[in-house]
Write a protein that binds this ligand. Structure first.
Ligand SMILES: Cc1ncc(C[n+]2csc(CCOP(=O)(O)OP(=O)(O)O)c2C)c(N)n1
Ligand SMILES: [Mg+2]
Length: 331
């Protein structure tokens, strides 16, 4: 658990640097939320599903998506959307809360097919204001589905603070309105998260129905690399959250039991560095991204207004001497 969390933190920091250097596109950092993603996903069985948002690539990697795919995704590559066979991870959902009915639907399918599978659907505090959240909760409650809704309450939806998001004290208490179990856990305590998810998965698999877990957490950095949190967050708030940093707390705890030392720390650092370098190399081996791919895979045939936009982009790219392949130009 600690190794995966350390790997994720380093992956995140490198990704921000890659974006700053123009080697990947916009990126949503997750530093501060490592325990929420790693500890929760480690509590799943391999047959269970991870249903992620754009910020849950940590959970995706823990459940089997290769790191290079995540880099490729943020590099604007369709290859990055590919999920390997037998890896039960859904594609990243960017439209807020749309993944929650998907998670309920997966659980409904598993129940109908009598398959022992639980879906773990991630969402943010902001997503709790969307209709999709309420529909998914209600459906899961009525049909007693094997689904766990996991809220990473990082206190903000871009610039909107938690107290402007909802009039309730917590997200967890919303569960009661749908006949769903609600739990609140400290998002900096990896063991507490692991236990909460493991218990919820066990109960769901035994026919006990859905659980909503709210983990209190914080993103130390900006919403994405295009955001400036100093415009809407009080000074010192992020530093205050760092005092209960999940990685630091877990490392301290392991050391107090004699389960971790400086030598082991140095060894994983080396390993982490090599893993990340290898994944970056795989992404960059694919060569430059073709911006025209932006128009692919949404419509079977492009509507006229998008065709016009595509033509405009193509002529802009040609003017900038980025020559697309003849196949691209002719489409
Ligand atoms: C349906 C929809 N509306 C608006 C947006 C723009 N948007 C992107 S992220 C975001 C905030 C989401 O906040 P939260 O659910 O707390 O997740 P977090 O980003 O904090 O992880 C918004 C409004 C979107 N992607 N989809
Ligand atoms: Mg949020």
């Amino acid at each position: 658990m600690y190794q995966q969390m350390s790997l994720l933190r380093e992956f995140d920091r490198r990704s921000v640097r890659l974006q700053r250097a123009g080697r990947i596109g916009t990126y949503p950092p997750l530093e501060g939320q490592e325990a929420c993603q790693v500890a929760s996903t480690l509590a799943l069985r391999s047959q269970d599903f991870v249903v992620p948002t754009y910020r849950d690539y940590g959970a995706m990697m823990v459940h089997g998506v290769p790191m290079e795919n995540i880099f490729m995704y943020w590099n604007g590559r369709t290859e990055g959307c590919e999920i390997p066979q037998n890896v039960n991870v859904f594609p990243i959902a960017v439209p807020i809360a749309t993944q929650l009915p998907h998670a309920a639907g997966l659980a409904f399918a598993a129940k109908l097919k009598k398959e022992d599978q639980v879906a773990l659907g991630f969402f943010g505090d902001g997503a709790s204001s969307e209709g999709d959240f309420h529909e998914a909760m209600n459906f899961a409650g009525v049909f007693k589905l094997p689904v766990v809704f996991f809220c990473e309450n990082n206190q903000y939806a871009i610039s909107v603070p938690f107290e402007r998001q909802t009039a309730t004290q917590t997200i967890a208490e919303k569960a009661r309105a749908y006949g769903v179990s609600g739990v609140r856990v400290p998002g900096w305590d990896a063991i507490a998260i692991y236990r909460a998810v493991r218990d919820a998965v066990t109960r769901a698999a035994e026919g006990g129905g859905p659980t909503l877990i709210e983990a209190l957490t914080y993103r130390y950095g900006p919403h994405t690399t295009s955001d400036d949190p100093t415009k809407y967050r009080p000074e010192g708030e992020a530093e205050a959250w760092r005092h209960r940093d999940a990685l630091h707390l877990l490392s301290q705890s392991l050391r107090s039991f004699g389960l971790w030392d400086d030598e082991q720390e140095a060894a994983i650092r080396e390993n982490i560095d090599q893993t990340i370098r290898g994944a970056i190399a795989k992404m960059e081996s694919l060569g430059p991204v073709n911006p025209l791919h932006l128009f692919d895979h949404v419509y079977a045939s492009l509507p006229k207004y998008l065709q016009r936009q595509r033509d405009a982009l193509l002529s802009e790219l040609s003017a900038a001497a980025v020559t697309p392949s003849p196949r691209e130009a002719s489409r």
